[in-house]
Design a protein around this ligand. Structure first.
Ligand SMILES: N=C1NC(=O)[C@]2(O[C@H](CO)[C@@H](O)[C@H](O)[C@H]2O)S1
Length: 717
């Protein structure tokens, strides 16, 4: 995502801030009440918090739509190079607060609501999280969309509209149980269903040779077809009118019901096609690492790739007829290997449908793809069994074989007949299960390959993709993860946000996070310290109330809140943290009463979901709850030590926990966390980090400076 040459500011269109919608409190009030009556269909004189939230959401959406249309008109006229971000996961969280803050009208809405007898924060709590992702990779996608919009990029996000997002974590007797995420049950005011934006997606079938222009060409005869229907989500930038689109695809059957079966009373078979189709976009893949359930996963990947590319090519052809212009107008960013089939799909469309010759099509493909890899371990690299691909997408397998043949012939000219290396670098893995190495496919066809931190990039160059780096060093770069300060300070910690603006003397940091460095000039200001302590206290009180409401455990805000919230993984070492807590408990129990006055009271907070099939991770959750049961019910320890497992950790829970944390733990086994983003969120909220030198923490250390660190570098002898 290079310089600003493709980012054209979407200035105030037609000379007005908002063409038709005003934002003074009385106009907003009228808007909200109109939506109560005409959208929510409730009496404007009697409606509850949830109905008020629905009306408020539609009122805000109206303002998003104005800018959204202006943006689309603007870019249709400018016809810039568009960035298409292809990701199978977007962990968006709630939209209301983020939208009104980016629109710059949060306070106006809060004032308008107060006069109607409602509190903005109470209504914001009515919204469910859009949890269309598993963890850091998915939340990064959401933060990137916010930043692309704010930086005025003409960008699109493409993904899947899962009917059920990331499972709801319920703790029973200390164990994790997974419940469906019914995030759509009460409607979703933040999306627009585009019933006219649908594309056929094909699967299975055979490939035939057909006479064409005196030669032969391949024709794919599909065995099954489903419809992809677009659901659009406006993503507003901050301090700009640029409002980009997150287009999510839902799978619908091409034929809703088989009337013959129905009329013969075979009601199950009558709808079996609908079920087969809708399953494709029904459940978010429950794990952000291991790859089981391969066929469904592969169907999901191709479904969203095919629909997205049909949409992108249609948009290109609306104003261009020569595919030589395609690389000038289209950049496709592969978020991990999940969208890698896009490479074979573009080749298929260009060669089989647009009738470009192979080499011309290949030249185009190699200019439009960039690949972000988030994996540090070779065993985490995605492989697709050839037999599965041959069954589901026979034409794509042929294309991948052809790509690989040309690539290996070229490789032989460069490295000679080093068969071990040729075998390692091949896109096709021969072995017990012949497979397609999706990362190799992505690297061969992309013009850039980026890691997500400097440390990660070094691991890629020296271990994971060493062969490729030696061949194409120019392809490899890194873009260290980032998080948006709009969500992680302004939305989640408004009192800190106000304090920062006051002491910096500007709100410009909300668009440009580097301006936060200006606070260093006030680092010794005791007045700022006092205000900051008050902010932290308020946030800790909010968190303590939440803990008591969720677990019944009373915690003292005078204790240090020591937090570790992230997906449960062995490499993230929640177990090490729990063993440390057991040790701390043991030390307190064996301490003389007089010595206990030296103990800093501590509330240890752990939260996170374990993948449903990850048994060890689920046992760690049980251990945490068992240790908590023991410690929290020991009056001898009292407020000196508490342990809380926060259930169902999600984006909204993170927005509550992070501002209240005094200390946070990022103690992954070095070399395992590709980047990590929780460290950044805690840091920008003024929290101390207890961390290993891993992933992006290494760069945080450089940014903070070693004189601000306490090091415990116990090198192995
Ligand atoms: N499947 C994954 N989930 C993650 O959180 C991963 O991607 C994140 C975003 O780049 C990284 O910050 C994490 O370190 C990495 O584990 S990879």
């Amino acid at each position: 995502l290079g310089g600003g040459e493709t980012s054209v500011r979407v200035e105030r269109m037609f000379g007005l801030m908002d063409r038709f919608l005003k934002s003074d409190p009385s106009s907003l009030q009228k808007d909200i009440l109109d939506h109560v009556e005409y959208t929510v269909a409730r009496s404007r004189f009697s409606f509850d918090d949830f109905e008020a939230y629905q009306a408020l959401a539609h009122s805000v959406r109206d303002r998003l739509i104005e800018r959204w249309h202006d943006t689309q008109i603007h870019f249709k006229k400018k016809d810039p190079k568009r960035i298409y971000f292809l990701s199978l996961e977007f962990l968006m969280g709630r939209s209301l607060s983020n939208s009104v803050i980016n629109l710059g009208i949060r306070d106006q809405y809060a004032d308008a609501l107060k006069e109607l007898g409602f509190e903005f924060e109470v209504l914001a709590e009515q919204e469910g999280d859009a949890a269309l992702g598993n963890g850091g990779l998915a939340r990064l996608s959401a933060c990137q969309m916010d930043s692309l919009a704010t930086m005025d990029y003409p960008a699109w996000g493409y993904g899947l509209r899962y009917q059920y997002g990331l499972f709801r974590q319920v703790i029973l007797d200390g164990y994790q149980h997974e419940q469906p995420d019914y995030w759509l049950n009460f409607g979703n005011p933040w999306e627009i269903e585009r019933v006219h934006v649908t594309y056929p997606v094909k699967f299975y079938g055979t490939v035939e040779d057909e006479n064409f222009n005196g030669g032969k060409r391949k024709v794919w005869l599909p065995g099954e077809m489903v419809e992809a229907v677009a659901y659009d989500n406006p993503i507003p930038g901050h301090g700009t009118r640029n409002t980009i689109t997150l287009r999510l695809w839902a799978a619908k059957p091409s034929d809703q019901i088989d009337m013959e079966s129905f009329n013969t009373g075979d009601y199950i078979n009558a709808v079996v096609n609908r079920q087969r189709a809708e399953t494709i976009s029904s459940v978010l893949y429950p794990d952000d690492r291991s790859y089981q359930g391969k066929e469904l996963r592969l169907k999901q990947q191709y479904f969203f790739v095919s629909a997205s590319l049909q949409d992108i090519i249609r948009r290109f052809k609306d104003s261009h007829s020569n595919f030589d212009d395609f690389p000038e107008k289209v950049a496709l960013q592969l978020n991990d290997t999940h969208p890698s089939l896009a490479i074979a799909e573009v080749m298929r469309v260009l060669v089989d449908e647009e009738h470009l010759d192979w080499n011309r099509a290949w030249g185009i493909v190699c200019k439009i793809f960039s690949f972000t890899t988030h994996t540090v371990l070779p065993e985490g690299l995605e492989k697709v069994p050839v037999d599965l691909l041959e069954s589901l997408l026979p034409r794509h397998l042929q294309i991948i074989y052809d790509i690989n043949f040309d690539y290996i012939e070229e490789l032989k000219k460069k490295i000679g007949l080093d068969y071990d290396r040729l075998s390692r670098m091949s896109i096709v893995e021969d072995g017990a299960v012949k497979s397609i190495r999706m990362a190799n496919l992505a690297i061969v066809c992309s013009h850039t390959v980026n890691g997500v931190s400097r440390v990660h990039s070094e691991l890629l160059k020296t271990r994971v993709f060493k062969d490729f780096y030696e061949l194409w060093p120019h392809k490899f770069d890194y873009k260290t993860n980032g998080v948006t300060q709009r969500r992680w300070i302004v939305v989640s910690n408004p009192s800190l946000s106000a304090l920062i603006s006051k002491w910096l003397g500007t709100e410009a940091w909300i668009r440009d996070v580097d301006l936060l460095a200006g606070l260093q000039e006030q680092a010794a200001n005791v007045d700022l310290h006092e205000e900051w302590r008050m902010v932290r206290k308020v946030n800790k009180m909010r968190l303590a109330e939440y803990i008591e409401a969720m677990s019944g455990i009373k915690v003292s805000v005078n204790a240090m809140f020591d937090v570790q919230i992230k997906r449960i993984h062995e490499y993230k070492r929640q177990l090490l943290n729990i063993l440390g807590i057991i040790h701390r408990y043991d030390c307190i129990k064996n301490m003389e009463k007089s010595d206990r006055t030296k103990v800093v009271p501590r509330v240890c907070i752990i939260g996170g979901k374990a993948a449903p099939g990850y048994e060890i991770a689920k046992k760690i959750i049980k251990l945490c709850n068992a240790v908590a049961e023991k410690i929290n019910n020991d009056p001898d320890v009292g407020d000196l030590l508490k342990l809380v497992f926060i259930p169902d950790y999600n984006v909204s829970v993170a927005e509550l926990v992070i501002p209240g944390a005094d200390l946070s733990q990022h103690i992954s086994t070095a070399g395992h966390e590709a980047s990590g983003t929780g460290n950044m969120k805690f840091l920008m909220n003024g929290c101390l980090l207890l961390a290993t030198e891993d992933g992006s923490t290494v760069e945080i250390i450089e940014e903070i400076g070693e004189d601000n660190m306490e090091f415990e570098r116990s090198r192995l002898k």
